[in-house]
Design a protein around this ligand. Structure first.
Ligand code: HEC
Length: 117
């Protein structure tokens, strides 16, 4: 399974991450990103996802799986799955500043009353 092979080494088998080491918790959090501008894009543009050795189709399938498996309850009910062409487009437009982009998204979430670390 691609999560175990490519992501769990840093993010943990249960997606709890390692916040003290700078790896954010994805479990019960990640779906919130889909609620604000730029969040859906960020999940693919973040280097761990975009720079993985996986194909666009594999990344789409993997992110759909991660969201459903680890953060189903936080996902907006009308979420459409990522497609390979959406992933291809997002991987072609990398983030220039990951930390700043995340901070913007966290601010937008906090404005909606969603507390983030
Ligand atoms: C070498 C360790 C490492 C690997 C391997 C890794 N990540 Fe990450 N990931 C991180 C770190 C560190 C961050 C925090 C942002 C940053 O510094 O890029 C992160 C952030 C993320 C985020 C954003 C979460 C948030 O709350 O901001 C997502 C989504 C993500 N990774 C998905 C993946 C996926 C999917 C894979 C496997 C294909 C993966 N990562 C592989 C270390 C890793």
């Amino acid at each position: 399974m691609n999560y175990m092979l490519h992501c769990s080494g840093c993010h943990g088998q249960d997606a709890s991450g390692s916040p003290s080491a700078g790896v954010p918790k994805m479990a019960s959090v990640l779906g919130h990103f889909l609620k604000v501008n730029g969040g859906r894009e960020f999940l693919i543009q973040v280097p761990g996802t975009s720079q993985s050795a996986l194909t666009h189709a594999e990344v789409a399938e993997l992110m759909n799986w991660i969201l459903k498996t680890f953060s189903k309850h936080e996902m907006p009910p009308n979420t459409t799955p990522y497609t390979p062409s959406e992933v291809a487009h997002l991987r072609a437009t990398p983030l220039t500043d990951v930390v700043a982009s995340r901070q913007e998204i966290v601010k937008r979430l906090q404005a909606q009353g969603i507390a983030m670390e």
